[in-house]
Write a protein that binds this ligand. Structure first.
Ligand SMILES: Nc1nc2c(ncn2[C@@H]2O[C@H](COP(=O)(O)OP(=O)(O)OP(=O)(O)O)[C@@H](O)[C@H]2O)c(=O)[nH]1
Ligand SMILES: [Mg+2]
Length: 227
């Protein structure tokens, strides 16, 4: 029998997360001080992040100065779509093929973007239900979209994403007749993981729920002002 060697275990993951959390807290403090509400939007690919942001910005842009940062592995399609549709300032971040954006990347993007003049900044994260949930970006609030075609079981399969989200939008409600999506079951699963989560049914296509979404964002903007 061979001798058992001593094995040293180094918890790199914890160090990386602690450093990320510190940097994220810095970003959040800076954004609070300058009065910019910073919202991180996450979902699977194609759940409707860009479509929803365009409709939401249309509803809010007369009252607030709004900006958008879009993260993608390569393309610049989404930033262009938002800019073309709404006229607000938008930039595309290429993150070099990673499946997430962390606080360091966010800080560098914010420095280039210049956000001091904004009331609300949206970050459209990479389409992915796993990686983005693991990194605090420094946003004040996390918003996620679960769309009806994805199924009501997603909270059970991707719990972290639902745990870290303050607002869970159930999007594509106009397609409810075509899928076996049980809304009350989805709500039950989400609240079991995250009792404080606000759940909001929406259709970015028909605008059902869009007023409630705009109200939620305005409420957060008001709250930031009194901090
Ligand atoms: N029926 C219906 N389709 C929608 C709705 N919202 C978005 N879509 C469609 O879903 C598709 C994907 O929407 P996007 O807004 O590009 O989704 P995304 O989450 O930004 O996608 P990625 O950035 O690629 O991850 C598009 O064809 C949209 O028109 C909705 O409420 N109802
Ligand atoms: Mg998009």
């Amino acid at each position: 029998m061979g001798k058992m060697g001593k094995v040293r275990v180094i918890e790199i993951n914890e160090d990386v997360n602690a450093a990320n959390d510190r940097m994220a807290a810095d970003i959040r403090r800076r954004m609070t001080d300058q009065g910019t509400l910073f919202l991180n939007v996450m979902s699977s690919p194609g759940s409707g992040k860009t479509t929803t942001l365009i409709a939401l910005i249309e509803a809010l842009k007369d009252r607030y100065r709004i900006g958008v940062m879009d993260v993608d592995i390569r393309s610049s399609l989404d930033a262009q779509r938002v800019a073309d549709a709404t006229g607000v300032r938008s930039i595309q971040i290429h993150n070099g093929g990673l499946c997430h954006i962390d606080a360091d990347m966010t800080a560098r993007a914010l420095a280039q973007y210049g956000t001091e003049d904004l009331d609300i900044l949206f970050l459209e994260n990479i389409g992915n239900l796993v990686c983005p949930a693991e990194f605090d970006t420094g946003a004040h609030r996390n918003i996620m979209l679960l769309s009806v075609p994805e199924g009501h079981d997603k909270p059970l399969k991707y719990p972290l994403m639902f745990r870290v989200s303050d607002l869970v939008i159930i999007n594509k409600m106009d397609t409810l007749d075509y899928f076996d999506f049980d809304l009350s079951l989805a709500e039950e699963y989400i609240h079991r993981l995250n009792p404080g989560a606000v759940i909001l049914p929406l259709s970015a296509r028909t605008s059902q729920g869009m007023d409630a979404l705009a109200d939620w964002v305005m409420g957060e903007a008001d709250r930031l002002r009194v901090l």
